[in-house]
Design a protein around this ligand. Sequence first.
Ligand SMILES: *[C@@H]1O[C@H](CO)[C@@H](O)[C@H](O)[C@H]1NC(C)=O
Ligand SMILES: *[C@@H]1O[C@H](CO)[C@@H](O)[C@H](O)[C@H]1NC(C)=O
Ligand SMILES: *[C@@H]1O[C@H](CO)[C@@H](O)[C@H](O)[C@H]1NC(C)=O
Ligand SMILES: *[C@@H]1O[C@H](CO)[C@@H](O)[C@H](O)[C@H]1NC(C)=O
Ligand SMILES: *[C@@H]1O[C@H](CO)[C@@H](O)[C@H](O)[C@H]1NC(C)=O
Ligand SMILES: *[C@@H]1O[C@H](CO)[C@@H](O)[C@H](O)[C@H]1NC(C)=O
Ligand SMILES: *[C@@H]1O[C@H](CO)[C@@H](O)[C@H](O)[C@H]1NC(C)=O
Ligand SMILES: *[C@@H]1O[C@H](CO)[C@@H](O)[C@H](O)[C@H]1NC(C)=O
Ligand SMILES: *[C@@H]1O[C@H](CO)[C@@H](O)[C@H](O)[C@H]1NC(C)=O
Ligand SMILES: *[C@@H]1O[C@H](CO)[C@@H](O)[C@H](O)[C@H]1NC(C)=O
Length: 623
Amino acid sequence: GASYKTSAWRSDVLNRLQSKYGSLYRRDNVILSGTHTHSGPAGYFQYTTFVIASEGFSNRTFEYMVNGIVKSIEIAHTNMKPGKIFINKGNVDGAQINRSPTSYLRNPQSERSRYSSNTDKEMLLLKMVDLNGDDLGLISWFAVHPVSMNNSNHLVNSDNMGYASYLFEQEKNKGYLPGQGPYVAAFASSNLGDVSPNTLGPSCINTGESCDNANSTCPIGGPSMCIAMGPGQDMLNSTQIIGRIIYEKAKELYASASQEVTGPLASAHQWVNMTDVTVWLNSTHTAKTCKPALGYSFAAGTIDGFGSLNFTQGTTVADPFWDGLRDQILGKPSEEIKECQKPKPILLHTGELSKPHPWHPDIVDVQIITLGFLAIAAIPGEFTTMSGRRFRESVREEFAAYGMPNMTVVVSGLCNVYTHYITTYEEYQAQRYEAASTIYGPHTLSAYIQLFKVLAKAIATNTVANLSTGPEPPFFKQLMTTLIPNIVDRAPVGKHFGDVLQPVNPTYRMGEVVEVVFVGANPKNSAENVTHQTFLTVEKYEATSATWQIVHNDASWETRFYWHKGLLGYSNATIQWHIPDSAQPGIYRIRYFGHSRSQDLFQPAVILSFESTSSTFEVVTAL
Ligand SMILES: *[C@@H]1O[C@H](CO)[C@@H](O)[C@H](O)[C@H]1NC(C)=O
Ligand SMILES: *[C@@H]1O[C@H](CO)[C@@H](O)[C@H](O)[C@H]1NC(C)=O
Ligand SMILES: *[C@@H]1O[C@H](CO)[C@@H](O)[C@H](O)[C@H]1NC(C)=O
Ligand SMILES: *[C@@H]1O[C@H](CO)[C@@H](O)[C@H](O)[C@H]1NC(C)=O
Ligand SMILES: *[C@@H]1O[C@H](CO)[C@@H](O)[C@H](O)[C@H]1NC(C)=O
Ligand SMILES: *[C@@H]1O[C@H](CO)[C@@H](O)[C@H](O)[C@H]1NC(C)=O
Ligand SMILES: *[C@@H]1O[C@H](CO)[C@@H](O)[C@H](O)[C@H]1NC(C)=O
Ligand SMILES: *[C@@H]1O[C@H](CO)[C@@H](O)[C@H](O)[C@H]1NC(C)=O
Ligand SMILES: *[C@@H]1O[C@H](CO)[C@@H](O)[C@H](O)[C@H]1NC(C)=O
Ligand SMILES: *[C@@H]1O[C@H](CO)[C@@H](O)[C@H](O)[C@H]1NC(C)=O
């Protein structure tokens, strides 16, 4: 329908909910919370910076995400029943490090001395049960970047938080395949802006020495040699280790959660023009937020993934070469934006770029939902550790000042719209990656604190109805779509889609990897046609019933689906099964499910499904 034309996923979800449920689900009581990952599809944001970074806007990805979100809400709505919520908190050890510790040290000593760590270790967990005490689900918040998988990964997969969720759901949904079953375990993000899961810390991959310095750079080779890894031997192993630590803590907190969350439900939401907020520094002085801009160190990337142009974190002086190039291609930034963003040297003055559409949002969502003493603050970006601490404290004080003492304030990160990072004013001065990515300038955090205090006060004084809606965000039509054309899929002469090119072996031992290669077709075709399906199954033969039982799908950690694209529409699909030690010996097979695109001259494209099965093979116990 017309829905994709608006191409703003939050409003699209809300429009679809409104047409189905009327005013039950609204802009003030629905929060869309994302996860930071390098392991997912891109192309669903409408602002130009993200469209470029995703190599074009993808209707397909956009529609698929919106449909999936709406479908999830519909399932939740249908299964809704009375229940209870219990809260618990506890520290997670060994799962994070601060990736900009020198920026953190810019915060006042008096403030830092109140905390024992330069990351927030606390996980907050809500356990949900029905009136019989039977499990329904959980939502937890913890501050760590889900980037154990680095940006060389091209699989769509869970990162550490997703792996924790996977483990929890597998345990509660016994007998179901991953992604299925009634129990939902959500692991949401908090103030993870400067928090890395790569716990061995940064070191120079060429010389082995530490590069835990203010510029994250190596003596030989510069910043692109300075990479943080660990704790495992490779990124998949690290994802599992960090994910398991998070899961274990959640399991413990879930089991012992006893404090019930009771009290009224309230919600407050506003749209605000973040480029134009006047911040009160004290009773006499004000400052302003800025039009968005990205600094030089944005292009440096981080120890979790360096940039491609050899920029260095901590850069506070512009380079005439890059400034000149930018001026020629995009035009000069105004004196106003340069002054406002200081000491950030501006690489991209996104707030002054509007072709073909604005490069960054002016209008963002600020939102709080409270349930009794719990306040969930939906932050449209990634707060650093100290930003989150200042924010929680201020909002809590504001609730207390208006008659709601002892509120537990949760920073729920990456909600509703994406605006990169938010550092403290002091961290901003160091201009590492997070500060260079604090797009609304040095007073961004103070502005958010002020704006969320307005919401807190409105909830506490029961005057939410008096809040202005604020300026509605724009919707852009005709977004730049991906330059990669949809071409027809082809099978080699004499072969069909799904034919086996490289067969399985007759026998495997546990711990080995089964691999089979099929004549493939573009997996994107499948996204358009089916939801809640799988590209593959691993099936075991049950002699007693003479049937094949599905033991794994493409969401199983043990399986991998690689698509190897050739020229002119030819491609291969390689399916692997990394046989776990827990596998049952027996007879197995692997199946592949695909969709091929074909098109006759002057006819619309047709997408046809196909499926294929490997030969059977035997799995025997390891020696
Ligand atoms: C993407 O959207 C455009 C209109 O903006 C439409 O013409 C086109 O068919 C859409 N493509 C897909 C693959 O949905
Ligand atoms: C990047 O810059 C560093 C100096 O900071 C230099 O040593 C290194 O060779 C450069 N790397 C590339 C790929 O240009
Ligand atoms: C990603 O991790 C792998 C180990 O799994 C490592 O070999 C590779 O160098 C890393 N790449 C980057 C860009 O960090
Ligand atoms: C990670 O690798 C180590 C060494 O091979 C292994 O002992 C450990 O079980 C692996 N961890 C996970 C979670 O797979
Ligand atoms: C946000 O505020 C600025 C400054 O007042 C204004 O120029 C801009 O048009 C506003 N943005 C939107 C989308 O209304
Ligand atoms: C208010 O803040 C400004 C700017 O930081 C400072 O110069 C001034 O002394 C402060 N005034 C008071 C009363 O604290
Ligand atoms: C390294 O970081 C320091 C401290 O932030 C900064 O003063 C210096 O200019 C940076 N050096 C480079 C080469 O960017
Ligand atoms: C707030 O919490 C403190 C400590 O947990 C407790 O002593 C106090 O009674 C609480 N106040 C209210 C109003 O709940
Ligand atoms: C809120 O709005 C109502 C109805 O318009 C009005 O009576 C009331 O005075 C307002 N309250 C505040 C605090 O502005
Ligand atoms: C597909 O597999 C065949 C047979 O193994 C091989 O010859 C061909 O190069 C592969 N094509 C791609 C695109 O990987």
